[in-house]
Ligand binder design. Sequence first.
Ligand code: ADP
Length: 710
Amino acid sequence: MSLATAPRPLRAVLIANRGEIACRVIRTARRLGLRTIAVYSDADARARHVREADEAIRLGPAAAGESYLAIDKVIAAAQRSGADAIHPGYGFLSENAEFVAACDTAGLVFIGPPASAIAAMGDKAAAKARMASAGVPLVPGYHGEAQDDALLREEAGKIGYPVLLKASAGGGGKGMRVVESEREFQAALDGCRRESRAAFGDERMLIEKYLTQPRHVEVQVFCDSQGNGVYLFERDCSVQRRHQKVLEEAPAPHLPEALRREMGEAAVRAAQEIGYVGAGTVEFLLDAAAETTQENGSPFYFMEMNTRLQVEHPVTEMISGEDLVEWQLRVAAGLALPKAQSELKLTGHAIEARLYAEDPDNDFLPATGKLLRFALPLESADLHGRIRLDSGVEAGDTVTMHYDPMLAKLIVHGEDRGQALAEMARALAALDISGVTTNRRFLQRLVTHPDFIAAELNTRFIEHHHDDLFAAPHATDADIARAALVAMEHLANGTPRTDDPWQRSDGWRLNAPRRLRLVFQETDGSGTYEVIATQALTQGPAQGLTQEPAQATWQLQVQREGEVTSRLAVQCQRLDNDTLALTLNGHRQRLFARLDPASEGDAIVLTAAGQESRLIWRRADRADHLPQETEAKLTAPMHGTVVALLVEPGQTVEKGTPLVVVEAMKMEHTLSAPADGAVEAFHVAVGDAVAQGDELLAFTNAGADTKGDS
Ligand code: ADP
């Protein structure tokens, strides 16, 4: 049945979101014949979701509170455009019961559950009580009304340490602490209450047994308004960083069929208990170590229900062959679920990787800038079957600091997990990105980690494998040679085309082959590599990189700590602004390069054969790249807000002492003392907005004449 003739006819849908999810909803809505209306903030006036929708309406300034979170503006946009329905995507207003009520009042169909179902899951303690009565297994714990200290301590003792204190009203990991022993209990309780009061204006706590090695396994459920409910199998999202999912897969590896059914049925019961309609996800902790046994013997425990479409829904689409946005639209139009449980089949294995504009080697600092290239150049058969790139951006787009830094999701499907992993590795390598730092290299390390390949999963996977995943960067001689070529190209192009040889900085020497010395370092300051580049005599001294790059052959001598480790013959040809064709000892490779200013020099960021490498070029021609011995400036690592000053002006501190906390895109970044020294003054106050590079404080190094205690 067409949506236009359904019980609640749908002809036009407004998507109250941005980025990849807005683009993804537009795709299905258009296929089903709906008119699509995007909304945007000033920062997104030219964003991809605006370009792709049939129509778009401005909401307001960049700040989410004045645009994507402004309920009245979104409702007004829907009314103005003649939309019948609003799809909220995920995040923003998707789980806001007040927004659902506003849609109802305005006569707009909210594509999601009723306000009452969102409210029922909004409070953790109340939700647990409802789930217990529906027979859904809970983590052993306490979620009662009484909240006096002595009683809570007694309950924690009964559960057995370690326990997890959680704010009843909590979310986003706030007001949540692990307590290892009774001795720590009171301090942790006080801390959690404080955080919860500040964040949610509520200090009720619940206590749970803390599982030390759990897996995060969630079940996709769907209900219609006729009382039907099904589950579309599960996803394992154990690979998380600070409770943020990084990799998701379906089905959950090694999950016995009987347990799959048991979890699926428990999830449908959970949804039906609260009168759920639409797409929802019931999140469980699966006790991988099975250290906690529950009376009914289930190794899985209800954690929470997300009353919306999830970021990771595509892995479920790939293994079920269903379009979940189509299901959402049909259910919203008052139609029955397209399939019954017995008609749903699980095929193969799917994995999703979230591609973020951030720098994993720099504490996941969000990155901004213009995307010079962004494409997945694969055969189209791959792109439509086994590999999918759900993206909110295209080459030429600018990544701003205003919203979540997720750029896209890469989703692959294979006949089995091994094949899916191989597809993922291939697709990650093929991604053609430049201009903005991404977590691609980190994702590559994750999907090729032996324990991930062996599916040895738990929510502390990244923490446990920290040393492998954040391996100290280590350049190969080929990496160093490539960086040298990029630096030489840069010098050649940056040189004014003058006939005066004394003004040249590209190594020109009278009556002799050109010769250059370049110095590189790892991004963490370790290693010092030198490259001596000599132009091969066969080319004649008059020719060079500048005039005819295609012709020049250079001999590179790579030295590490003074030892020559390689001699290479290289040729380099510039193909376009950021692309070079490089021939290293006869092996031709295309590489993308860019230069970013960094504190100690220029960072040369290279991508060759899908592998990104980074080196710092210590430029002899730039005084600001020489180390500062006595004074250091501490500058904002990104645009954001100062949330805390951690020391007093004038205070002496040791190297590594946290000094300032800056928040951007919901993430906090702490700046620490670069050396022993003193904070002279702060140039900012708590609450100040700062731009990347703004000086936050004046810092003086202790210097050589300050003697420590002996
Ligand atoms: P929030 O709503 O603040 O995100 P959740 O209750 O969803 O908090 O928990 C967030 C994460 O914390 C989970 O994904 C899981 O990794 C971890 N977690 C939650 N409860 C437990 C528990 N009882 N034992 C171990 N880890 C837990």
